[in-house]
Design a binder for this molecule. Structure first.
Ligand code: SAM
Length: 243
């Protein structure tokens, strides 16, 4: 997958692309990327990229000229272009999966009050929000999106299963434990050291349901749970969520 991120502050993003799993994905040719500094496309001697709002109001806006030139430089017209903005469609795991199947993705990071609407109208295919809060700039939002999608590219994550992670199958993940079995008087649940595979699977499913009911009951809505899952939910509800 090719990722082109356009930003006024490439330094915020560099460490992510040159570290850990992402660095390995790049090395193995699974991800190819560029960080484009929008300021390099400013035409005046001060490299000005922002200006006041027409109609008045506090704050500055990213000017269309430098942003358009930066977008053209990465071939944005032939690609899906994401603008990260609190005013966009809410990002989630399903959206991450959808974007992970793209061969090329351009991500535009906003700053100040955001970007001139004409740039959005001309180039942007997806306006995406990472949550109902306002960040000071788009770089951290872009990193959230990049991180959520690149790890779904086949071959990037090795030796770990993505199948039982939170949101897969519409459920959160079960609690996990590692050695030692007794830590500061706290003991790992018996079932996990029993060696009884079927019971472990059942326990984990029950815990996934319990956690989802507790924190994200919205994920279960319209899921049409049947059979054993339905029985587990009814049992959990009967116990007031305790298992
Ligand atoms: N004036 C904008 C508004 O009220 O919608 C907020 C601008 S914010 C201070 C500056 C930049 O941060 C935005 O252009 C966007 O790129 C990024 N940003 C802030 N919050 C975000 C969020 N929840 N999701 C995605 N990007 C966000």
């Amino acid at each position: 997958m090719r990722l082109d991120v356009l930003t006024l502050f490439p330094g915020i993003l560099e460490g992510f692309f040159t570290s850990s799993i992402m660095a390995r994905a790049v090395e193995r040719g699974l991800v190819d990327y560029s960080l484009t500094d929008i300021r390099e496309f400013a035409t005046d001697k001060h490299h000005k990229c922002d200006d006041e709002l027409f109609g008045g109001g506090a704050g500055m806006l990213m000017m269309p000229g430098p942003v358009s030139a930066a977008l053209e430089s990465v071939g944005a017209r032939e690609s899906r272009v994401v603008y990260v903005t609190p005013g966009g469609r809410l990002f989630n795991q399903a959206y991450a999966r959808e974007l992970a199947s793209e061969e090329k993705l351009v991500i535009l990071c906003g700053r100040y009050e955001g970007v001139d609407q004409r740039v959005i109208d001309r180039y942007v295919t997806d306006e995406i929000s990472i949550g109902d809060y306002v960040l000071s700039s788009g770089e951290t939002a872009a990193l959230v999106i990049v991180d959520a999608i690149y790890r779904l590219i086949p071959g990037v994550i090795t030796g770990e299963s993505l199948d039982e992670e939170s949101f897969e199958g519409g459920l959160l993940e079960y609690p996990q434990y590692t050695r030692p079995a007794v830590y500061d008087t706290m003991v790992v649940p018996d079932v996990l050291v029993s060696g009884h595979h079927a019971n472990i699977v059942k326990w984990r499913m029950k815990k996934r349901l319990e956690k989802t009911l507790l924190y994200r009951p919205d994920l279960l809505q319209g899921k049409g749970l049947e059979g054993e899952l339905r029985a587990m939910i009814l049992e959990l509800i009967g116990q007031g969520g305790e298992a």
